[in-house]
Design a protein. Structure first.
Length: 302
């Protein structure tokens, strides 16, 4: 179902911006994952949202908890209607937990490393599936993720002044080992909820790493009513970089956006961001639901 905007109804825009320069070592086996620019990324994306007429919530480091993130997603899902826009941005570490329901090709679920624990991809996509039909959702993720590619070798050293936005594999294994019951239960809860709702977010995410991602994902989640565009910071087998003032992906996005002077649709936006980054970091674009009309719009249009 395409989004519906009539002349008599003004669309609303809400946004949620998450940026973590560190995480709580108590939740990550003593690892705090220091980064430098993620809070800048969140604030800069919130500034764009404000200029486009969105009401924004910003969650920085200690405020970027699982509870606050889920509350922000659920509040937006409850209040937005067909034709409205939800912008979700994340800047921080990407991580992994073992896939307990067996749907991921590499047997791992990708995560966002929030301050007090990881948000599993299954959880995120289940929350997005709760938005009403016709709501437009744009997700911008400036982090590393694994997708269908298992990293058997460590990533190459980052350039001077940059850090990799990836939780080390050894840390990921320790964190899962110490909190296995918690993360396994999260995945089982999502599986149970998705089966009741007719949504299989894990299968959708597995499809997103294959050729024809959009078509596969849309077919798998036929009851996924909102239109979603997701632009990630890099390909499945690459790493996103953190800088001093912005992450590499966010910095390229801001340059292409050029304080609102950018002219073009989402495909053009993605292509130009990709061209502005080095070959070792190539942003990916996925869609879920019937996002054709959404893709044709100028980015951040409420």
């Amino acid at each position: 179902m395409a989004f519906d905007k009539t002349a008599n109804t003004k669309a609303r825009g809400l946004s949620l911006h998450i940026g973590l320069n560190s995480v709580n070592g108590d939740a990550y086996s003593g690892w705090t994952g220091p980064l430098a620019a993620c809070e800048f990324d969140a604030n800069d994306m919130a500034a764009i949202a404000k200029t486009r007429g969105m009401k924004s919530t910003v969650l920085l480091t200690k405020k970027a908890t699982r509870a606050n993130t889920l509350a922000g997603l659920r509040s937006a899902a409850k209040s937005l209607k067909s034709g409205d826009l939800f912008l979700l941005t994340y800047s921080g570490h990407g991580g992994q937990v073992p896939d307990v329901n067996g749907d991921e090709p590499d047997k791992k679920d990708e995560t966002w490393c929030l301050f007090d624990g990881q948000l599993i991809d299954d959880e995120l996509y289940l929350e997005l599936s709760k938005f009403k039909a016709g709501v437009r959702i744009l997700v911008l993720s400036d982090s590393c993720h694994s997708g269908s590619v298992t990293r058997e070798l460590p990533p190459p050293p980052p350039p001077p002044g940059q850090r990799i936005k990836l939780m080390p594999d050894a840390v990921a294994r320790r964190v899962y080992g110490e909190h296995r019951a918690f993360y396994d239960k999260l995945q089982q809860d999502v599986t149970d909820a998705a089966s009741k709702a007719g949504v299989d977010p894990d299968a959708a995410l597995a499809a997103l790493t294959q050729v024809g991602a959009a078509a596969h994902a849309t077919a798998l989640v036929g009851s996924f009513h909102p239109a979603v565009i997701l632009i990630s910071g890099c390909q499945d087998n690459q790493t996103s970089m953190d800088g001093e003032h912005n992450g590499a992906f966010t910095e390229a996005l801001l340059k292409v956006w050029n304080l609102g002077k950018f002219s073009g649709n989402y495909d053009t936006f993605h292509t130009r961001i990709r061209a502005a980054l080095p070959t070792g970091q190539s942003p990916n674009l996925f869609t879920l639901g019937q996002a054709g009309n959404f893709l044709a719009q100028t980015p951040f249009t409420v």
